[in-house]
Design a binder for this molecule. Structure first.
Ligand code: 3MF
Ligand code: MG
Length: 351
């Protein structure tokens, strides 16, 4: 078990991380759990907060009045308060609606772009009602299946314009862009963290547009997640992460944190710890999926084991012999540094 004190870190996951196991090739294999139950699980597993999609908070929100939406959001806030949990963020689930088949903010149909922006505003109101820290924008369908179907330059400016409208809708809200290079679309307009940060600087208030790095999304772009985090931290723009793991250039796997590559997991914690991530209100979010083979009563093990591994690797990060590391760097003996780090990670005697 992990020994490190992790007080500076706050952990969260989203209701979609306890799922029924459907995949594109087969139906659900587990029973759905209620939101109330998932919130209780978050508390029982020692998490501090919950991430939400707008329609996790208010199901079927397109069919409800604004007053009804606010009433239901207030009920969810009371459920969180009762467990002593916080909402981390709300994300508009823009990839589900018929209006967003061809993307939301970058749809070729102006009526659909309008739908996306209005949905963004509702999401902001919901987030305020549940006391969330920020809005997360996973720009799922903002991209194309064939190059010629969209003007990618215009799409970037449409994303900027949509962000500007949302920034104006509530002068206090903070927006985090969660990039992903593909899936469901072939090519995303904002595929990497560099693109996300570039987009933030195009808006009217870059100080309120940050980003969220997801391990699997960086891997799908062929990039190192810890370097992506470091890049965003250098811009003071990393407010949240979606820790998970990914076995190479496959479909988005959302494996448990560290499941595929422990050293890569170690290095993500290493860059976060060096920045004192968490001390300025940042969260350690998970975005992990249980294997489809998992039975009902084991449908949260991926959450507890991801958190356990984070704490174990945090201890590894904190117990690196810094003096030795500095000596090996000064001597440019990176082979020996590699050997030392691997001995340390494997828990075998060094020298
Ligand atoms: C897709 C994702 C999404 C986002 C979530 C919050 C369903 O690959 O990672 O999870 O993280 O929508 O923005
Ligand atoms: Mg994610």
């Amino acid at each position: 078990m992990a020994k490190a004190s992790a007080k500076q870190y706050r952990f969260s996951f989203g209701p979609w991380n306890i799922d029924e196991g459907a995949d594109p090739f087969g139906p659900t294999v587990r029973k759905p759990e209620s939101l109330a139950k998932k919130i209780k699980v978050a508390k029982a597993l020692g998490f501090d907060g919950v991430q939400f999609h707008d329609d996790d908070v208010v199901p079927d929100l397109d069919s409800k009045s604004h007053a009804q939406i606010m009433k239901e959001a207030a009920q969810v806030k009371r459920m969180l308060d009762a467990e002593g949990l916080k909402a981390e963020f709300t994300a508009p689930r823009l990839w589900f609606a018929r209006e967003t088949i061809d993307g939301g903010f970058t749809s070729n149909d102006p009526k659909c772009r309008k739908y996306a922006i209005e949905r963004g505003k509702v999401c902001i109101d919901i987030n305020n009602a549940i006391g969330g820290d920020w809005i997360v924008l996973w720009l799922a369908r903002e991209g194309s299946y064939i190059r010629e179907s969209k003007n990618a330059r215009v799409s970037v400016l449409q994303l900027r314009d949509a962000l500007n409208v949302m920034l104006e809708h509530d002068p206090k809200s903070i927006f985090l862009i969660e990039p992903k290079p593909n899936e469901p679309v072939d090519s995303a307009i904002i595929p990497t963290i560099g693109h996300a940060i570039g987009l933030s600087y195009l808006t009217n208030d870059p100080s309120r547009v940050g980003c969220l790095v997801e391990t699997a999304h960086s891997c799908l772009a062929g990039l190192d997640p810890s370097d992506d985090m470091a890049f965003a931290l250098a811009h003071n723009k990393l407010k949240s992460v979606h820790l998970n793991d990914q076995g190479g250039l496959k479909f988005d796997q959302d494996k448990s944190f560290g499941s595929y590559n422990l050293r890569r997991a170690f290095n993500q914690i290493r860059v976060l710890e060096e920045y004192e991530y968490g001390k300025h209100g940042e969260w350690i979010g998970l975005d992990v999926k249980a294997m489809r083979t998992q039975k009902q009563d084991g449908n949260t093990k991926h959450l507890s084991s991801s958190k356990e591994r984070f704490l174990f690797l945090l201890e590894k990060v904190r117990t690196v012999d810094k003096k030795l590391e500095a000596q090996l760097i000064a001597a440019r003996d990176y082979e020996e540094l590699d050997r030392y780090i691997l001995c340390h990670l494997m828990g075998v005697k060094y020298r």
